[in-house]
Design a protein around this ligand. Structure first.
Ligand code: GTP
Ligand code: MG
Ligand code: NA
Length: 343
């Protein structure tokens, strides 16, 4: 039952949770960037996206499982804000992901937007992994940079392990109160019914190998059908943005299919359907955040899954959160206009 690597697209993973639990910092830790410190007030106010190629994931997880076979080309991670006023952005992120990371601060346990995020994921039956973050804040924690979590825990004093287990048990109980079974991932024998918890530190990197490997292995094992590449374009508008030198652009998540320069597209507009032609397809470099200033890579075509900035004329009234359609040889323009406005 081997599936060729080329036939699987990258899983789209949304990272969600209460404000300041460390979502952006976790991505910074994996990317080796410093996006979080550049945010106004340290608060994420936009959806972000980063592409992690399989080679980087391989490198980051080789100590944990040297022989693991990664069958997906990479992982596309969508960062969302945890502040209560951005529930529309959490909803947008959770609507397009294949799998999610629900981040919980080990010192705080479940918080209001943890539960809000949890309910968004449950509504769509989305699989998720709990990252129990900030383990380095346990009193007396010994840093074990980027280590697999079992290795890091084995190095801790008895008191640290006792506090860790107590806080873990509290979080498991809080999930139980929400009607959800959870267990630390390496003891979880009923994956699928019981959700897995991966302890992490976004500051010193403990547990990051476990989180990455689990995400990839779990998606390629249980979502082969969903992740099998198909030609039909499936694409969602994440943000509409004015960029100096480019005019109004749209940031889209290409879930399936291929987009080309010169493609005729139809977007949903606040004043009616927008028909235009793709002028350029831009991406950030792998391991870089789309929403942060930097240089773009230009492409003739882009294959899913990927996050792309599209420049084209007439995008001023495009509506974020709606689908983008491509007019192909056998697609009727009027029909495409109608479907575009159905969102
Ligand atoms: P919003 O996007 O605004 O909801 O927050 P967030 O969940 O992205 O959290 P963010 O990455 O902004 O981190 C919030 C604060 O927690 C920052 O000061 C981080 O440095 C700190 N932080 C995040 N992860 C860790 C961790 O693992 N350990 C410690 N000690 N601090 C952390
Ligand atoms: Mg953030
Ligand atoms: Na924050």
């Amino acid at each position: 039952n081997e599936v060729a690597k080329e036939s699987l697209r990258s899983p789209i993973c949304c990272i969600m949770g209460h404000v300041d639990t460390g979502k952006t910092k976790l991505l910074d830790c994996i990317r080796g960037t410093n996006v979080q410190e550049g945010e106004a007030g340290g608060i994420t106010q936009q959806i972000g996206a980063t592409y992690f190629p399989a080679e980087n994931i391989r490198e980051r997880t080789k100590e944990l499982r040297p022989d693991a076979k990664l069958k997906v080309p990479g992982l596309l991670v969508i960062d969302t804000p945890g502040h209560e006023s951005f529930s529309n952005l959490r909803s947008r992120g959770s609507n397009l992901c294949d799998i999610a990371i629900l981040v919980v601060d080990i010192m705080h346990g479940l918080e209001p937007q943890t539960i809000e995020s949890l309910n968004l994921l449950r509504k769509r039956n989305t699989e998720f992994i709990v990252a129990l973050n900030k383990v380095d804040r346990l009193y007396g924690w010994k840093t074990c940079k980027n280590a697999p979590i079992e290795k890091a825990l084995a190095l801790q004093s008895k008191d640290v392990v006792i506090e860790f287990n107590m806080r873990l048990t509290q979080v498991i109980t809080q999930f139980k109160e929400q009607g959800l079974n959870t267990e630390i991932y390496y003891k979880n024998k009923e994956m699928g019914d019981t959700f897995s918890i991966v302890p992490t530190s976004a500051i010193s990197g403990e547990g990051i190998p476990d989180l990455l490997l689990y995400l990839v292995m779990w998606s390629q094992k249980t979502m082969v059908e969903k992740l099998t590449f198909v030609d039909k374009v499936q694409c969602t508008v994440l943000e509409v943005k004015v960029i100096p030198g480019h005019g109004t652009t749209i940031d889209v998540v290409l879930v399936n299919g291929v987009l080309h320069e010169g493609d005729q597209i139809v977007a949903c507009g606040s004043q009616g359907p927008i028909i235009t032609t793709v002028r350029s397809l831009l991406t950030r470099h792998p391991m870089k955040e789309l929403r942060v200033k930097g240089t773009y890579q230009h492409h003739r075509e882009v294959k899913a899954a990927q996050c792309i900035k599209i420049t084209a004329q007439g995008l001023e009234h495009a509506v974020a959160g709606t689908s983008l359609h491509v007019i192909g040889p056998d697609v009727d323009v009027d029909e495409a206009k109608k479907t575009a406005m159905e969102d």
